[in-house]
Structures are given as structure tokens and as C-alpha cells.
Ligand binder design. Sequence first.
Ligand code: PLP
Length: 393
Amino acid sequence: MSINQKSYDYGAAKSSIREIAAYGAARKAAIGAENVYDFSLGNPSIPAPEAVRASLEHSLTLPPTQVHGYTPAAGLPSAREAVAKSLNRRFGTAYGPNDLYLTCGAAASLSISFHALVNAGDEIIVIAPYFPEYRVWIETSGAACIEVMADASTFQIDTEAVRAAINEHTKAVVINSPNNPVGSVYSRANLDALAEVLHEREEELGTRIYLISDEPYREIVYGIEVPWVPDVYDRTIVTYSYSKSLSLPGERIGWVLVPPANPEHDELVLAVAGAGRKLGFVCAPAIFQRVLIDCVDEPSDVEAYARNRKALTEGLGSLGYEYIEPDGAFYLWVKALEPDAGAFFEQCKKLDLLPVPSDSFGCPGWVRIGYCVSYETIVNSMPAWAKLKALYE
Ligand code: PLP
């Protein structure tokens, strides 16, 4: 084959989440949308705030060359300033525009971060279960993706398992809290323990280990504080996107933050810019950079997700399903009713229930139910969940 084998393999393998969503769409066309309970995609079901529309309408009154032109590669200084000030208000920090690089969403933020750090032979640790695209982006940067299972009962980070996985090749650990797919939020004590392990291993090995905190769900929480990770560990990079918090996944806007406390801050800021350049990830969508200036502090409308979460956990709980109580994001992690999550998914499918089997996230025996759907979908799916449970009794 004259084309790139690895790219071909990624294209041919597809994402299992997207495959299930495509199956769901075909099934809806065949039997009616109301008869298919598609819990596969993490596509927010609540609309973007009204302020986003107002900002877009305002942009369209400006001279087109101003609105649609190239911005600096890292983004408009005014947009980066708006984001920095918002973070400073919320976390008592002193960030400036030069600490931020605007991107086309968390996918680009993570790819840039990996490319900014990785040299040949490096390893990057992910905490399983994890968002499956992490592996693709890590491997593309040239690193090996090393899975470390979360604590099997709490789904917090198993810091001793991380300690054991770190070696002289470890360049970074990726964490994601609030977590996709589990919905867990890592506690301050858990993060402190992780920081201690990273420091101890750095000391023992004479290496430097980065922490990449992927936070697209930071604002989607149910009455719990999400610790600010750069307060816990200096060598942190934060990756963010407005896909979930402002319900803008199709617009592709997010950022990479290199906090000034990072001992290699100046070099890393340049490496982030260089990675963006290498990958062609420059000049995030200009019109949505302007949206950030107007909407960066718009609150996420968490109420609808909280209502769905309650209906789903109460409904499945009363049927006897075992699940992890989610503190954030919009996913419920439910124990499969047989050890093979793929086989369990096939039973779900027969009843037009479409969760995602946990093997896709590097963990056997569970399914992820995305509850960023309509409330009716959750309520109307309950008889099918009951039938499914009865099959296993
Ligand atoms: N990280 C996590 C944990 C996600 O769940 C997602 C998307 O679902 C992404 C990154 C990618 O987000 P974006 O749409 O901003 O590229």
C-alpha cells in the first residue's frame, strides 16, 4: 500500500462510539426515533446559552474582514485575555494571554500538548477507563500509551498503580476529572497523593513528569468542587474546550493553558506554539474566539443534566442495576449483567438500548450510558431496562 498504514488503520477501525451512534441513527430512521434509546454520544442535549447567539449576531455587524480574517496563531490577544481573566477570578491565579493557546477543542488541545512534550521512546500514562481517542492522539505524537486502571471500587486514581507504572520513559500522566466515562471527580486528597507520587518518582529517576489535566466537563458537576489541578502540581498543563460547558461541540473552540508556575513555562509555551504549527492547528475559528470574549463566564445549564441523572439513577437503581454515582459530566457507569460487556451490549441492542460497552474505554465489564439526551428518552427507556434485567434473572 502506498498510503500511510497507521492512518489507514485508524480510519478503517473507526471509533466504536461513533459506530454505535451511526447504528442508532439508522435504527431511528427504520423504526422511529421514539423507539430507540441512544445513549452513545457525548453530544450535549441542552442548547448553547442565548448570549452565544447575541455574540454571533453582533459579530455579523462588524466588517467581514475583521470577523473572518486570520487571527494570530495562538488566538486573538483579547480572547486569550478574556479567558485568563475568567480563570483568575475563579481560581485566584495571575494568568495572562501568553499562557494560553486557543484551539479547535480539547481534541486539538490534547494533541498539541502531547506533541509539545513527547520525544521518541517516551510513554504517557492514562487512567483507565479513559476517553478512547487519547490512545490515538498519544500514539500519533510518537509516545506509547500506558493504561493504569483506576481504583476498582471508587474509580479515583490508584496512585500506587501509577507509581508502579512510572519509569524513566514516562513523560506525562493524563487525568480527566470530571471523568468520561465514569462521571467521577477526583478529590483533592487523591490529587495530592498523585502529586506526591509524581514528585517521588521524579526524584528517584532523575526525570521530569508532566500532568495533563483534561477538563472539558469542569463546569458540569452536581454540588461538588473540582480542585484546580495547577494548585496541586506545578508541572501541569490544562486542556479545555467549550464543547460541553457551552454546548458548542460542533464549533471547535478550546484552549491549552501553561501555568506560569511551570518550571519550564517559557520553553513550553514555545513548544505548544510549535506543536500547533507542526500539526496545522493554528488560528482557532475566529468567530468563536469572539464568542469567548462575550461568553466566557456564561454558566453551564446543569439543571437538565441533574434531572436526567436523578431519573436514570433512581430508575436503574430500583431495577437492581449497579452503578457508580456520578459527581460530574453526563455519563453513568453501569455494571454489565454479564462479564463480557460486548455480549451484554448485544442484548441491549435487541431492545434498542444503545449504551457504549466499557471495553472501548480500556476496562472490562461495564457500559457507559450518556444522559445528555432528552428526559423523555430516559423515562421511556425504563421498560426496556426492566426487560433486559429480567433476561438475566
Ligand atoms: N476529552 C474528553 C474527556 C472528552 O470526553 C472529549 C469529547 O467528548 C474530548 C476530550 C474532546 O472534546 P472536543 O469536542 O472539545 O474536541
